[in-house]
Design a binder for this molecule. Structure first.
Ligand code: NAI
Length: 505
């Protein structure tokens, strides 16, 4: 399957933030681009804006001056929609309104060639609905860029019920030729990214609501233990709570109120208060001149430890043993159930049960649970929680052990799944369900989450790395603890684990 030739005319409709960015991408790839906006003069202003953007790249030495001129020469602002008649591909990035977009598509269908591809940059509308009632619904496809389009690599190529596979394939290869990382997906609520990312926000909001720790501490844990670029609170402050909450509500409604997507009252209250995040100067954090970030809570310990006993294999926590050894700690290893004994404490990787529950189930005293880390060899911070019978000395012994390895420690209330673990388990669960329902392949879903929202590892690859059986157990324990179907494990995880199969082909 071939990409569109770079000589093919690309039309972009809507010269706002997204349309201008998409026009720039297509022109940089060599296409003659026609940019149209129904507000007079806006397309020309957008081209001038692109020229300024490119000027900055020239100043930084990232673009040759003649390349800038050539790109801008390929961008033609037009004032009437009829000027788009020779387009081979039209990408609309107009207002997010089904009726308005449908009217536009109908107009384009009458205007453009029979084989012209009609693409929509919609983030939330159904491609199937957009194409319904058109004479050639097979030519309609989603081409969902991320903001800012020139910088973000991911493009979701969204097929509606009627989309011709060839049309999606041509667009996929065209996006690739434009230097993007395209993925195929089906027209289902949230497509890939806006669906699979929901638990990232939802689990942090829930942890906050249940008094796990404060925002700054939870954010720091997702960054420094989880390897995410931002924690959920700083990220939603950046996105804007109105926008993020609206996306959650739209996905929740589209899935008929499935509790997995339930919006958070904590976020609703911010929206109600007008605390929309950075843009309003206040969200979870304050952004006024001179406002300081609240400190991250850290546990201190006056103790020192010089030895520990590693009993059995620690599962995903095993790489911590090497780090402890490198710190000069004397380590005795013996067979057993996967616990580190340090002083009076038993330290184990969380498995989704409450510390107090697990201590009782397994007859362990002074049980301290440790959270998942992306990489225990490099993590600079980690969460722990402990069973109700844990003494201050036992807890301090664990803190001293982790300090010795150079890891800061944060206390989290005794809640199931701690912070990174429950976030990763729920992301993997949503990704698995999306694979099961044919929304995308495992490879495309992992790629989408890494390229679209900068996750440090694809959720499905992450689940495979820590073990499907373990991921499944964590979800089962979360579900049992909360008694909510929100945490029900995806059938795909269960089936793949039972079959000993991988999620990635
Ligand atoms: P925007 O408000 O910045 O720009 C929309 C532009 O479309 C405006 O210049 C407006 O004058 C023009 N327009 C509206 N109706 C029109 C019509 N009937 N014919 C021609 N032009 C028309 O909006 P933005 O943020 O660029 O979003 C555009 C689309 O991209 C929406 O569908 C949105 O959901 C989608 N999107 C937005 C993202 C974002 O982060 N802003 C990310 C991905 C997709």
């Amino acid at each position: 399957m071939q990409a569109l030739q770079s000589s093919a005319v690309v039309a972009v409709i809507g010269a706002g933030a997204m349309g201008a960015g998409i026009a720039q991408v297509a022109a940089q790839a060599g296409h003659p681009v026609k940019l149209y906006d129904n507000r007079p003069g806006v397309a020309a202003q957008a081209v001038a804006g692109i020229d300024r953007q490119l000027g900055r790249l020239v100043e930084k030495g990232k673009l040759q001056p003649d390349a800038r001129e050539a790109i801008v020469a390929r961008l033609q602002p037009v004032e009437v929609i009829e000027a788009l008649v020779d387009a081979r591909l039209v990408i609309e990035a107009i207002v997010e309104n089904l009726q308005v977009k449908q009217d536009l598509l109908r107009q384009l269908e009458a205007l453009c060639a029979e084989d012209c591809i009609l693409a929509s940059n919609t983030s939330s509308l159904s491609i199937t609905s957009l194409a319904a009632g058109l004479a050639r619904p097979q030519n309609v496809v989603g081409m969902h860029f991320f903001n800012p389009a020139p910088l973000m690599a991911l493009v979701e190529i969204v097929s509606g019920l009627a989309t011709e596979p060839n049309v999606a394939a041509v667009l996929y290869h065209t996006a690739k030729a434009w230097g993007k990382k395209p993925v195929h997906t089906r027209s289902t609520p949230g497509f890939i990214v806006n669906r699979v990312a929901r638990p990232f926000y939802a689990e942090s909001l829930r942890l906050l609501q249940e008094g796990a720790a404060d925002c700054a501490t939870l954010d720091a844990l997702l960054r420094e233990a989880g390897g995410f670029r931002m924690g959920a609170f700083e990220l939603t402050d950046l996105i804007g709570h109105d926008v993020n909450y609206a996306v959650t509500c739209s996905v929740f409604d589209a899935f008929y109120g499935d509790s997995r997507f339930q919006p958070s009252l904590v976020q609703k209250e911010l929206v109600d208060a007008g605390r929309l995040g950075r843009k309003s100067g206040h969200g979870f954090y304050r952004y006024a001149e001179g406002a300081e970030r609240p400190p991250v809570a850290e546990l201190a310990s006056a103790l020192t430890v010089d030895r520990c006993v590693v009993e059995g294999h620690l599962g995903a926590l095993q790489p911590l043993v090497e780090r402890l050894r490198d710190s000069g700690l004397a380590i005795t290893e013996r067979a057993g159930r996967g616990v580190i004994h340090v002083g009076d404490a038993a330290l184990a990787l969380c498995d989704g049960r409450l510390a107090s529950q697990r201590a009782r189930d397994e007859g362990l005293r002074n049980l301290v649970l440790i959270d998942l880390a992306l990489d225990y060899r490099t993590a600079s911070r980690i969460a722990i929680s402990w069973s109700a019978d844990t003494t201050a000395t036992a807890r301090d012994q664990v803190v001293a052990l982790l300090h010795r390895a150079g890891i800061q420690v944060a206390a989290v209330a005794d809640l199931p799944g701690l912070v990174v673990l429950r976030t990763v388990a729920m992301l993997a669960n949503e990704a698995a369900d999306a694979v099961l329902q044919g929304v995308g392949s495992a490879a495309d879903i992992d790629l989408a989450m890494c390229a679209g929202v900068n996750y440090p590892r694809g959720p499905l690859a992450w689940a495979e790395q820590i073990g499907l059986g373990y991921t499944l157990r964590v979800l089962e324990h979360l579900q049992a603890s909360y008694g909510e179907s929100r945490y029900r494990p995806s059938l795909l995880l269960r089936r793949s684990h039972a079959q000993g199969a991988r999620l990635h082909d």
